[in-house]
Ligand binder design. Sequence first.
Ligand SMILES: [Cu+2]
Length: 331
Amino acid sequence: MDLKLNRRKLLGGALGAFSFAGARSWLGKASAPEPDQPAHHPHAVEAMSSYGDVDLNSFNPSDFLYQFDYGRVSRLPGGRALREYQIVAVDKEIEVVPGVFFPAWTYNGQVPGPTLRCTQGDLLRVHFVNGGTHPHTIHFHGFHPANMDGVFEVVNPGQEYTYEFEAEPFGLHLYHCHTVPLKRHIHKGLYGAFIIDPQTPRPPAREMVMVMNGFDTNFDAENEIYAVNTVAFHYHRYPIEVKLQELVRIYLVNVLEFDLVNSLHIHGHFFNVYRTGTRPDPDDFTDTVMMCQGERHILELQFRNPGRFMFHAHQSEFAELGWMGFFDVKA
Ligand SMILES: [Cu+2]
């Protein structure tokens, strides 16, 4: 049987609609015990989900939303901040759907890697150790010298490299491995968000990071699983709580491999789009934003009604394969 047809047929409906024994043999390697499975779900929307849960002690997407690595800060002569970060590439199996494991290559043992955050004008020093089994680098988006670009200075297993550059321009950027074959090194998990704050801070808000990604679990150069922050349907199981009328700021990065575009749609609301976060004024006011790999936007909105509002990729197939969740707006 043709694998692509098979994937569409089996997974195009709903992950929860077929048994996980089948899913596991189909999706490839899986080593977790069978999760307890209810006979059926009480709500129709539950059909667009997955049963059981991943090991949240290993990686919890609800925590990841709010985790920022500001580095170890010291002051240079004149008062300028020096921020030093430690990044180690590690091979690690990660759970992307309950019971489905993906043999990832990670920065610091997690996918996405830590969200690095600093302020425009800081001096950044990123100490990179390759503890993995393949050559890797870190390529940062933003301004930097040629030898800090993470393309030619390939870091072999067991080796180290220190990237040093000034944080600019302010905005929402990303970092990822730039070793060839690039699509393999990226889709295996070597990427993260990189926020450079403007020197005049943005207005106070509930800030969160969403990295849109996907996983090719059977290595046929197509994604079987789609997500924001790695775990399919996580924010469906654990809706993101926000307060009515508070300012919400989403740092949205697309690193999805293999598919040409990705998107985010929020139900019942419109948001301001700050393209790449590099300008003070919004570029758009909409409810759906479409992005290529490497694109990133800052979104700002205020929820005007309490209750649960869905957010998902507006490629319906991606949504049904994991890239879907809820905001839970508290009055
Ligand atoms: Cu790599």
